[in-house]
Design a protein around this ligand. Structure first.
Ligand code: PGA
Length: 256
């Protein structure tokens, strides 16, 4: 019987709209690459602004490249300002983030997330679909929001793609410097189990192949708690991925 390949943690650094020059992007990338080389237990993906991807694609490093967004490609029509999957493929991008809450705030809804996901999977990307509630209510309606985000994002997606789909649970209240701070590992564990239940309902046992990440104020100090106590398959990291030293520490710290 073939042994199930053990997949380590995946850590995605989401640089958002940072840094402000290609020189800074290269310096940051090279700094993180040193840390990533020492942390072979983790698969590291850097989701850089699109304008730096070409420069980063020329770098030798153990890291993968990610995009923070992708258009639901239709090359035959006109889309000013958008970036297609084909363009990203040519820059060695393997991963794409879809439906980050900051994009949802700009109007991206579940239907758009679904279109983008269908297109990204067809183009062969490992697709990181972000979900997360704005706030928690005592009646637990936020769980329905999460289930709806997953169901609508995965609508018409074939379960044969399960291995290429990652769900990043990012409660909106835990993201960014003005947030309430991270969720607790116990909160995250509860949601990870809930997400797996929803995936099982949709895709049966194939659903177990979907990896589940946590994101929202993850730093070098708390990262391991999510891996150990939160039951995640990986982390989506914003601010801490802008500091090569801290991000490298985070990568080393999650070794279990
Ligand atoms: P943060 O951002 O780590 O800065 O909270 C996470 C994210 O938005 O992906």
């Amino acid at each position: 019987m073939a042994l199930k390949k053990k997949i380590g943690q995946i850590v995605v650094g989401n640089w958002k709209m940072n840094p402000q020059s290609v020189e800074e992007a290269l310096t940051l990338f090279r700094g993180i690459a040193v840390g990533a080389a020492a942390a072979r237990h983790a698969e590291v993906v850097i989701a850089s602004p699109a304008v730096y991807l070409e420069a980063l694609s020329r770098e030798k490093s153990p890291m993968k490249l990610g995009a923070q967004n992708v258009f639901a490609s239709d090359k035959s029509t006109s889309h000013t300002g958008e970036i297609s999957g084909a363009m990203l493929k040519n820059l060695k991008v393997s991963h794409v983030i879809i439906g980050h809450s900051e994009r949802r705030k700009m109007g991206e809804n579940n239907a758009v997330v679904n279109e983008k996901l269908l297109s990204a999977l067809k183009d062969g990307f490992i697709s990181i679909v972000c979900i997360g509630e704005d706030r928690r209510d005592l009646d637990g309606f936020y769980l329905t929001t999460l289930a709806k985000q997953i169901e609508e994002a995965l609508s018409k997606v074939q379960k044969k793609f399960a291995q290429n789909v990652l769900i990043a649970y990012e409660p909106v209240w835990a993201i960014g410097k003005d947030s309430k701070g991270p969720a607790t590992p116990a909160d995250v564990l509860e949601i990870v189990l809930y997400i797996k239940k929803v995936l099982h309902r949709l895709w049966g046992k194939e659903g177990a192949k979907v990896r589940v990440l946590y994101g929202g104020s993850v730093d070098a100090k708390n990262a391991k708690e999510f891996v150990v106590g939160g039951g995640v398959d990986g982390l989506l990291v914003g601010r801490e991925s802008l500091n090569a030293k801290a991000f490298s520490e985070l990568l080393l710290n999650i070794r279990v």
